[in-house]
Design a protein around this ligand. Structure first.
Ligand code: PLP
Length: 360
């Protein structure tokens, strides 16, 4: 039986895509081999790789002056690649600190420049808010501004795109990419680990404006240098072929389902259903300020944490799995990525109501 998997990442994948992968696993495109066994330089793989990129460009509306890279090392690798490529050792870089992931990104940047300016820090609210757009303490002449549009652990999401003027805006979109349309032109660089909303772990997508490429500091390893990777079509070394192929199928699945406008409507409906149920009860609560609640990751707590174990056991028995909150915060968290159907959220809400009726 297939369960509803609410994990934050690696996360649920579209069943339709999994079925397609299964169907073509041992004989991909008449090759007599799986896609994992063919050369990344074969005509068939190159075509699949290019088609994946074209679909992603179409979905997000990526203009020709951006490169799309399919890399490895996860979002965490990009925490280092970004300062290596975009900043010098004496550059000032601005980071907005809104929770666990932005904090990790800024800590890594501190290894590459001593001038990391924390342009906003939501510590006072225990990271349940985003900064006021007028209150950002941006440096003049920063090499870039980094932020995390969706904090996967805190469940906090920016309802606006920061205005950084001519300074390139860099966004860790790992847990929100493809959840709704975005205006790519507002960003200098967007990156996203695949294992939330794109495909299996092992792949990270980087969308980078061309004028930001070719400025890596001396000593940058070639696999982390956007220029060497862009020049080689992300095939300077063997790419994550299975993940790239899988991502292409997910992009086409999204296109068939009406693109990102339709995805946004589905995601809004799922999030509203769950937040509505939480807010309607005194048994469950979500700590995040109303204007910046994540559509993708919904943390919630039970009035009595002694009941957590029993909640999780009951949920699992009902086919609702991986609802435990991140180990750093406890409580519960339901991740509602694109591949989570509305029926999964309906089943969760029904379970929550029944659990409350019995234990509330
Ligand atoms: C999951 C996640 C990461 C870490 O991704 P890795 O691929 O494990 O490096 C970074 N940032 C955000 C926002 C995430 O959700």
């Amino acid at each position: 039986m297939r369960v509803f998997n609410f994990a934050a990442g690696p996360a649920t994948l579209p069943e339709e895509v999994l079925e397609q992968v299964r169907a073509e696993l041992t004989d991909w495109q008449g090759s007599g081999m799986s896609v994992m066994e063919v050369s990344h330089r074969s005509k068939a793989f190159m075509a699949a790789a290019q088609e994946a990129e074209a679909s992603l460009r179409e979905l997000l509306g990526v203009a020709a002056n951006y490169k799309v890279l399919f890399l490895q090392g996860g979002a965490t690798g990009q925490f280092s690649a970004i300062p290596m490529n975009l900043a010098r050792a004496d550059s000032t870089v601005d980071y907005l600190n809104t929770g666990t992931w932005s904090k990790k990104a800024l800590a890594e940047a501190q290894r590459f420049t001593s001038r990391v300016n924390v342009a906003a820090d939501e510590a006072a609210s225990k990271y349940t808010t985003v900064p006021d757009p007028q209150a950002l303490r941006l440096s003049s002449g920063a090499a870039y501004v980094h932020y995390t549009p969706n904090e996967t652990i805190g469940g906090v999401e920016f309802p606006y795109v920061p205005d950084t003027g001519a300074v390139p805006l860099v966004a860790d979109m790992s847990s929100t990419i493809l959840s709704r349309p975005i205006d790519v032109a507002r960003f200098g660089l967007i990156y996203a680990g695949a294992q939330k909303n794109i495909g299996p772990a092992g792949l990270v997508v980087v969308i980078v404006r061309e004028d930001l490429i070719g400025k890596a500091r001396p000593g940058t390893p070639a696999v982390w240098d956007y220029k060497s990777m862009a020049d080689e079509g992300s095939m300077l070394n063997t790419p994550a072929t299975f993940g790239w192929y899988f991502a292409g199928l997910v992009f086409r699945w999204l296109q068939r389902r009406g693109g990102l406008t339709a995805a946004a409507a589905r995601n809004r409906a799922k999030a509203q259903l769950l937040y509505g149920a939480i807010d309607a009860s005194t048994f469950y609560s979500n700590p995040v300020a109303a204007g910046c609640r994540s559509w993708m990751n919904v943390p919630f707590t039970l009035a009595d944490p002694q009941l957590d174990r029993s909640f999780l056991d009951g949920a699992r028995a009902a086919g609702l799995v991986n609802l435990e909150g991140h180990r750093s915060v406890g409580g519960m968290r339901a991740s509602l990525y694109n591949a989570m159907p509305l029926t999964g959220v309906e089943a969760l809400v029904a379970f929550m109501k029944e659990f409350e009726r019995r234990h509330g």
